[in-house]
Write a new protein. Sequence first.
Length: 141
Amino acid sequence: MNGERAAITGYLSYALAAAHRSVHLELSRKLKDEGVQVEAWRIMEAIDGESAMTMGRLAEVVLLAPPTLTKMVDRMVADGLVQRQISQEDQRQVHLVLSALGERKRDRVRQFADEQEAALLERLGPDSARLLHNALNSLAM
């Protein structure tokens, strides 16, 4: 920077935000036809990947504040995508599971996410994609 302040676009934090916005908006447009928000897709994928997850842990995984997650899950339950089940091990815990409709919807929207992932990998190349993924994961911790 040689003593001069960089334009906003020179900041790494700006580049991360701009990249996130671009990727998120692209996926959001594709999922809109299915009536699914990106955050709901993340919830469906997280529920599918882990059978007994607390709402607190789910909020961390899907990058949502707990009150926002609760409202979104309530909407998904009302839409028939997700069901709440009381844990057989601990009746105080409630587990979320995808309904049959939720599984079909997840499969359809997963196609869009997989296509986007493939396009990103092609654009970056496997080595750069792996480096970027590792770098982003290290920043997220």
